[in-house]
Design a protein around this ligand. Structure first.
Ligand code: ADP
Length: 492
């Protein structure tokens, strides 16, 4: 195969929004600068996007502040807020094919995945939180003395939201959903690799009736636009999804103002297959676990622990199925795996493939580039991996699986937990007692039993240890966007 994507695409989507969205207006950046976003399947430039920096963030924060301090959004009938959010979901659904194409173009993910996975989950999230809008209430508390004491739950204020490039539309929904339901206003920075669908969603939010200034979008780079959001005193809370290194920078920068923070960071999740498992399901789960979204998932099941007794046969199967995976044009409906998002990610992943080889792991399949253009990487499996190797410890964020062997369960748990991450884990077994026992003992925010990557807007998601703090989704996901106020009234 020489090139993976050839010729013009029949489905090239329209790119309609490339400017900043501030206070309901589309504007160029104050500096006039733009940055390019590329199609990772062809490496061609697809759009020039306004590059926001501190001056633009200043305008966006002012707009969000006004909308929060004086505007209708936090004050309106909560049920009306929910209705506007439902309208936004309906507008997204009406454009689902076009949005899926735009997502595939900007990110490289197969259009079919965006159409059947990312966007339905985003809709689910917006609709779920729309339902919360009028169900956020406090308590009455019987305190000592002649007092009437109650709590109110109020929006935290202006939320700064910084998101990554791996699930651009879905991350917007995870961030906007709870913030809007709570009555917060927003300054969002999409990732510089994938700004296009976020801008389109801002347009749809306006059409749905979200008042001006409630949602502001400032595309740009992390150290400029992102850092300006983190540092701005007009931002009450920062929600960040991305790398642990960036989270450390953000935490330091937010310390001066004791800003509220929630982080959803990386992982090196163990996916554990016992000999008694349904091995068809486990093999399919191992594939989803590592290969979903080209391996660019914070919860990727990148450490596959396989019980000794079935190890060789199971690995043979994983390797054979990896070889038959269809890597190619994201716009081809038969494609299972598209390109990595950009050259930096491509190079980083290839660096880990080299490290795996150097450290003595066996490259059972893959390890190379696919084609000559675009950031395509072969589905890759390393066997004979030892716990101390870089490929078993560090997040690769690509289609690279490390297979590890185990026999004793206590030893397995110790090894599975011997990581600074704790985002997700999975266990495959038919023994119900063992399944619950292992689920209890794994130090991770999500444990899947006989399944992988099952997401629902109602189920909280987030990390133990250095995989982050706070939770997204579910009732827990609303918490970071709410303050609790205690009101005590003398009845004397
Ligand atoms: P990745 O390595 O997956 O790209 P990053 O953590 O670098 O993850 O990026 C996630 C998001 O954080 C992106 O929107 C990026 O622009 C932003 N970002 C990067 N550096 C900073 C920073 N210093 N302050 C705020 N945001 C940042």
């Amino acid at each position: 195969m020489s090139t993976v994507v050839t010729g013009r695409r029949s489905q090239t989507p329209l790119i309609r929004q490339t400017q900043l969205f501030i206070d309901g207006q589309w504007t160029p950046s104050r500096s006039g600068n733009t940055f390019t976003t590329i199609d990772p399947a062809t490496e061609e430039v697809i759009a020039q996007v306004a590059e926001g920096d501190a001056a633009d963030v200043e305008m966006a924060v002012r707009a969000a502040r006004r909308a929060f301090d004086d505007g209708p959004w936090p004050r309106m009938n909560a049920r009306e807020r929910g209705r506007i959010m439902l309208r936004l979901a309906d507008l997204i659904e009406a454009e689902i094919d076009e949005l899926a194409a735009l997502e595939a173009l900007d990110n490289g993910k197969p259009v079919r995945d965006a159409r059947t996975g990312d966007i339905p989950l985003a809709l689910d999230c917006l609709r779920y939180y729309a339902g919360w809008a009028d169900k956020i209430h406090g308590q009455t508390i019987p305190i000592n003395g002649n007092y009437f004491c109650y709590t109110r739950r109020e929006p935290v204020g202006v939320a700064g939201q910084i998101i990554p490039w791996n699930f651009p539309i879905l991350m917007v929904a995870w961030k906007w959903g709870p913030a809007l339901a709570a009555g917060c206003t927003i300054v969002m920075k999409p990732a510089e690799q994938t700004p296009l669908t976020c801008l389109r969603l801002a347009r749809l939010a306006q059409e749905a009736g979200v008042p001006d200034g409630v949602i502001n979008v400032v595309p740009g780079y992390g150290p400029t636009a992102g850092a300006a959001i983190v540092r701005h005193p007009g931002i009450d809370k920062v929600a960040f999804t991305g790398s642990g290194e960036t989270a450390q920078v953000i935490m330091r920068q937010a310390a001066d103002q004791l800003k509220r923070l929630t982080f959803e960071l990386g992982g090196k999740s163990p996916n554990i297959v016992f000999a008694d498992a349904d091995l068809d399901a486990a093999a399919a789960g191992a594939h989803v676990g590592i290969y979903l979204n080209q391996g660019q998932c914070c919860c990727a099941g990148s450490r596959l622990f396989v019980e000794d007794r079935i190890h060789d046969a199971f690995v043979e199967r994983i390797v054979a199925e990896s070889r038959s995976r269809r890597v190619g044009d994201p716009f081809d409906p038969a494609t299972q795996q598209g390109p990595q998002v950009d050259r930096a990610q491509f190079d980083k992943i290839m660096g880990y493939v080299d490290a795996g080889r150097r450290e003595g792991a066996t490259l059972a399949t893959g390890g190379g580039r696919v084609g000559e253009r675009g950031f395509f990487i072969q589905p890759t499996v390393f066997t004979n991996v030892r716990d101390e190797m870089a490929i078993a410890r560090e997040e690769i964020f690509g289609p690279v699986l490390s297979v590890l062997r185990f026999s004793d369960i206590d030893e397995l748990i110790r090894r599975a937990n011997a990581t600074s991450f704790g985002l997700a884990a999975a266990v495959w077994t038919r023994d119900v007692t063992r399944a619950h026992d292992v689920a209890r003992r794994l130090r991770a925010g999500t444990v899947w039993v006989n399944c992988y990557d099952v997401f629902d807007a109602a189920a909280p998601f987030g990390g133990f240890k250095q995989s982050g703090f706070g939770r997204e989704l579910g009732e827990r996901g609303l918490e970071p966007y709410l303050e609790h106020k205690t009101v005590t009234v003398s009845l004397a």
